[in-house]
Design a protein around this ligand. Sequence first.
Ligand code: 6PG
Length: 466
Amino acid sequence: MSSDIGLIGLGTMGAALALNIAETGFDIAVWNRTTSVAHDFAKGAGDLASRITPAETLEDLVAAISEPRAIILMVPAGEAVDAQIEALRPLMGPDDLIIDAGNANFHDTNRRARAATGPFLGIGVSGGEEGARHGPSIMGGGIRAHWDRVAHILEAISAKYNGTPCATWMGEEGAGHFVKAVHNGIEYADMQMIAEVYGILRDGMNMRAADIGAVFDRWNEGPLRSYLIEISGKVAGAYDTAANGPLLDVIVDAAGQKGTGRWTVIEAQHLAAPVPAIEAAVVARNLSSQRDARAAGEALFGAAPKELPEGTLSETVLEQAMIAGKILCYAQGFAMISAASDAFGWALPLPDIARVWREGCIIRSDMLNDMAAALTEDPDRNLMLAPHFANLLKMNHDGLREVVAQGALYGLPVPALSSGLAYFDAMRTHRGTANMIQGQRDFFGLHGFERLDDGSTGQHGPWAHD
Ligand code: 6PG
C-alpha cells in the first residue's frame, strides 16, 4: 500500500495530527525515533489503523509513500528539525517535499527554505492537541506551488468556519511560521488580559473561583465570545477533590512559556512595530516566575490594598475593558503583520489571516470574523480605525480607563490592559510629546529637528551656538 503522506514525530501533536489525517481519509506512513512508538500508535488507532503504516526506519518511511512524496515533521522546534532534515533529505527524490509543522522560529524557517536542496514548507499549526486531532488552523509558508501540492490534504484536515477551511498559504519561506508567532503573541496578550480581570474579580472584588467562572461563561455569550474566554470559565469553575475546593486556587502562579511570544516581541522591536500589550504579556509571564522575589517584595512593602470599595467596578465595566483591550491587542498584532509584510517583501494576506484564525486556533473568537471584514475593506488601516471597531472602542474605552485607573489605585496589576489603554490614547493624540525628545536629542547631540511652523528640517536650537 502506498501512503498519501508521511509524518515523523509521534509526540502529542504529531500523533493527533496523524490520526486526523487518517480519519480525513488519507493513508499515512509514520515514523518515530523510538520505533516501538510508531507500532504502538498504529495498533492503538482502532478503526483508523488500516490507514496507518508504521515504518521501522526512515528508508521504510520514504518507501511507503507515493511519489512525489510529502513528509510532515512534528519534532521539537530547533536543532531537532535540522537534524531530521539532514537525515531525511538524502533518502528523498528531488521533487519530494518536507513540511516542518512544528513551532519553528520563522528565521530558522527562512534559513531552511533558502538552504533546502528540495521542496520545503514551514507551516504554523494552531489549536493544541484537540485542534491537531479534529481540525487545526494552518498557516503555510514556502513556495506556492509546493503548498498547492498538499493543500487538499491540509485544507481537509483543518478546522472549518462555516465550511471554509482554516488553512491558507501566507507567503514565501518563513511567512507561515511568522504569522503563527504573531498568533501566539496575541494569544499571550489575550490570556494575560483575562488573567488581569480574574485578578480584579478575585482580589479586588473578593469573588470565589466558581463565581468568576460564571462571569466568563456569561461573557462568552456576548461580544467576547471566544475559545480563551470559554476555557477560562471552565478553568475557574473546576473543582479539585484533593483540595476540596477550586482547582484554580491550588495552581502555582508562575506561567510557563516556550518562547513564541518572546519571538514576536523581539521581532516587533526589530520592525519598530508597536505591540505594547503583547510586550506587557511576555513581561508579566517573566515576572510571574519570580515568585521568591515577589514574596520578598510583599514582605518589604506590604501587600497592596487590592480590595476595592463596594461598587467600584461592575461586571459590565470589566467586560467593556476586556472588549476594548482585546480590540487594541489584535490591532497591534495585525499592524505588526502589516509592517513585516513590507519589511520582508511578503504580501501577507491580512484578511485571510483573520479568516484562518476564526476556527481551530487558540485565539479563535467571534470578533475575528468582523476583523476579516474590516481588513477586507482596507488591509492597511489600523483595525482600531475601522468603523465597526472604532464604534466598539467608543462604547468601551471608558470602561478600560476605569479598570486601569482603579487597578492603579488599589495595587491590582493590569499591565496588558493599561498598555492597551496607553496605545489607544497615544494613537488618538495628534500633537504628542516627542517634540521634547527631539529638543533633548538636539541639545545633547545636535541631531536636528523639524519645525512645525515652516516644515524646515535639520534645525537646531539656540544651545547649538553656546
Ligand atoms: C497553539 C498554541 C501552541 C502552544 C504554544 C504556547 O496555537 O496551538 O499557541 O502552539 O500552546 O506552545 O506556548 P507557551 O508554552 O509559550 O505558552
